[in-house]
Design a protein around this ligand. Structure first.
Ligand code: GLU
Length: 410
């Protein structure tokens, strides 16, 4: 196995490459690579088996373009390096889609599947109590990510409310009944599907009947599957950690959408989990964990396009190999940016105390996603680079000018 870089080093390598293309000075590049603030807290949790002390994180990467923004994940592999990488990615994602936010990320190292609802509530309340002094609707705004959901955000909002007063815009991805926005929950998956369609159309390829394989059946994969199905794609394979199914004639997504786990879905052929990534298809959507397409499995990838629903699913080595093989990768900071775009809509509605109908939400989302796609594509032609490099060049340039215009050091 090749030695691959840490997640944060991988992001910083992309920032370095983009800075080189832009001719940025070394001091500025260093400022763009470093995180502004890192908070690490311990979260004691009383469990039936005894006291367990978990570790929680909030990393604020940049506020150059606005309040820091990014999700909080509950996952047993969460660590400081990963949270730094994801916080940095949020800075580039928000800049690329041109919303007035910086970047941040949070997490708690805990196996999300092994905790009860009561424990989940206790963990997020503890996390909020320890970190609230650096949060707020104009400072840093969390949102759901892996292992957390709208209910978790409701508890976060409630805890923040007790400490700092009423401020619904302090967190996004809330339940609709509690200042959430209709359309936010589906927005990441919807954005992934729209970007997949835009990619094919740009290459004059037909969306109707194009085969899609999706790894992940959580918030991102599930809605990506649904919207791909609605757009006319043929979803041929789906997996989650419990199972994988395949149907070369196309899976009826409307029928399976409400199953919680893929292993519970009847009537479809089961395949080993890893084979979903290896399916012959036009579009492969990794929408689960990071680091799933590596130098170990890259030669088995059998698609024309990869649309990154997850954050950092492709390692740099694998990315290079895919490019040599002529496979186009639509990078995470573009492909999955529908989530934070939706969060931006929710945040603005909370601040204005005004709510949009879902039709307006979807129309704005689709229009802004297609603008971000067109901008990235144009940038890739301008510099004659791949889409990931182009996305980083655009984003880094925007953050670098905001940082420089503020006049801080550089
Ligand atoms: N967790 C999502 C992401 O990685 C959404 C973040 C947000 O809405 O702030 O993009």
């Amino acid at each position: 196995m090749t030695k691959e870089r840490s997640a944060f080093a991988e992001v910083n390598e992309k920032v370095r490459q983009a800075s080189e293309i832009l001719g940025l000075k070394p001091g500025l590049v260093q400022a763009l690579q470093q995180c502004e603030r890192e908070v690490v807290v311990s979260i004691p949790l009383r469990r039936q088996t005894g006291l367990e002390v978990l570790t929680g994180y909030r990393v604020q990467h940049s506020s150059a373009r606005g309040p820091r923004k990014g999700g909080i994940r509950f996952h047993h592999e969460v660590n400081l390096d990963e949270v730094r990488a994801l916080a940095s990615l949020m800075t580039w994602k928000t800049a690329l889609i041109d919303v007035p936010f910086g970047g941040a990320k949070g997490g708690v190292a805990v196996d999300a599947k092994s905790i009860s609802d009561i424990e989940r509530e206790e963990i997020i309340r503890r996390w909020t109590r320890s970190i609230h002094h650096v949060l707020g609707h104009q400072r840093d705004i969390p949102a759901p990510d892996m292992g957390t959901d709208s209910r978790t955000m409701a508890w976060l909002m409630d805890e923040f409310h007790r400490l700092e007063g009423f401020q619904p815009a302090c967190v996004t991805g809330k339940p609709i009944e509690l200042f959430g926005a209709p359309g936010r929950e589906e927005s990441t998956g919807r954005g992934v599907a729209m970007i997949a369609a835009a990619t094919l159309e740009k290459r004059n390829e037909k969306v109707k009947g194009a085969r899609v394989a999706i790894q992940g059946f959580g918030n991102v994969g599930r809605f990506a599957a649904l919207v791909c199905h609605q757009l006319g794609f043929k979803v041929v394979a789906i997996s989650d950690i419990t199972g994988a199914i395949v149907d070369r004639k196309g899976i009826d997504i409307d029928e399976i959408i409400n199953y919680r786990n893929v292993s519970e879905i009847p009537l479809y052929e089961n395949i080993p989990l890893h084979e979903v990534l290896e399916q012959r298809c036009e579009v492969l959507i990794p929408a689960a964990l990071g680091g799933v397409i590596t130098s170990d499995n890259v030669e088995k990838i059998n698609c024309e396009y990869i649309v990154e629903g997850a954050n950092q699913p492709t390692t740099t080595e694998a990315d290079v190999e895919l490019r040599t093989r002529g496979i186009t990768v639509v990078p995470d900071i573009l492909a999955n940016s529908g989530g934070v775009m939706g969060s931006y809509f929710e945040w603005t509605q909370n601040i204005q105390q005004y709510s949009w109908p879902i039709e307006k939400f979807r129309k704005e989302l689709d229009a802004r996603m297609s603008r971000a796609f067109a901008d990235t594509f144009k940038e890739s032609q301008k510099h004659n680079v791949d889409l990931r490099t182009a996305a980083f060049v655009l984003a880094v340039q925007r953050v670098a000018s905001a940082f420089s215009l503020r006049g801080d050091l550089v």
